[in-house]
Design a protein around this ligand. Sequence first.
Ligand code: PLP
Length: 366
Amino acid sequence: MSETPLLLTPGPLTTDPAVRQAMLKDWGSRDAAFIALTAELRSRLVQLVKGEATHVAAPIQGSGTYILEAAIGSLVGAADKLLVLANGAYGERMAAIAGRLGRAVEVLRFGEDRPVAAGAVADALKDASITHVALVHCETTTGILNPCEAIADVVAKAGPTLILDAMSSFGALPIDLSRTKIGAVLASSNKCLEGAPGVAFAIVERALLAMSAGRGASLSLDLAAQWQGFEANGQWRFTPPVQVVAALVEALRLLEREGGPAARLRRYQDNLDTLIAGATAVGLELYLEPSLQAPIIATFRAPSDRPFDFDAFYQALLRRGFIIYPGKLTRVETFRIGCIGAVHPADFERLGAVLGPALDEASVRS
Ligand SMILES: Cc1ncc(COP(=O)(O)O)c(C=O)c1O
């Protein structure tokens, strides 16, 4: 086994050595060099989704959930109402955040194996009191891809502001803000951008952020105040995770060198195709219909023809150099294998060769 196992998870992920190397330096958070690094970070993030004409980047310290909480607390006002479109745990998480913040919230639910349906969203938006809609782009609970552009069109026609949780899609799946109307796109450093964990960010319409000034529900998670801080002097309001920011900028430069999100998506798709070929060869079945499965993280059903002990399977794969992820579904026994990070089809070929022996060990142990 290699000393550090490959992380086939939804993040934190296996990173490129150059990304880890970028964390070896100390930075003065109010020094001109770090201010320039922050400016590069913010402009690269906006460019990735073609938002230069309309949107700005507001990064914050913390994991993905922090930016969900910051965006909902800052953009959805006390007199507003949020409609959450949910087909998994992360949609439910946004609804829980809105409830905790005392915001009016309604949830339109779909099966975990079904994409959010634009027609049902159009029906729900006949309720004129809905001011904001929240959607998860790739619902990492299963890895299902939701039809972001079709839903953005429906929401734009009806008038509310769309908030997109693009945590597990940003940097790989296409998002084009010059063509698709999305008020805020939310993501973090440690998924398809392949950085280290510790920074999350919102790419928000400038006008929307300006309108939300002064009404953030929290001091540290106030998106408008965070943005105004960057605009005022280029600095973070509170101590930034300097090494994580440096790693993320390095990761963004690597993404550009790889050929941008389209090239990264192709690599992830090759990873997924290789993974599925290896898994089906040993009798494993995808949980989702293949056409719904995004090349981010794949959910497999536990084998039904023999006993299966996930912990034994996990340990058997760990001994062979791979870390996988448990399932997140309550009604069906599943496990997940991620395709993102600094990993390549050859890694999934090696995985395919050890899935059979690992499954044998998992059924013997149970
Ligand atoms: C779609 C989605 N939203 C939100 C989150 C929460 O992010 P974090 O665990 O970094 O707080 C995740 C994490 O996997 C996610 O995949």
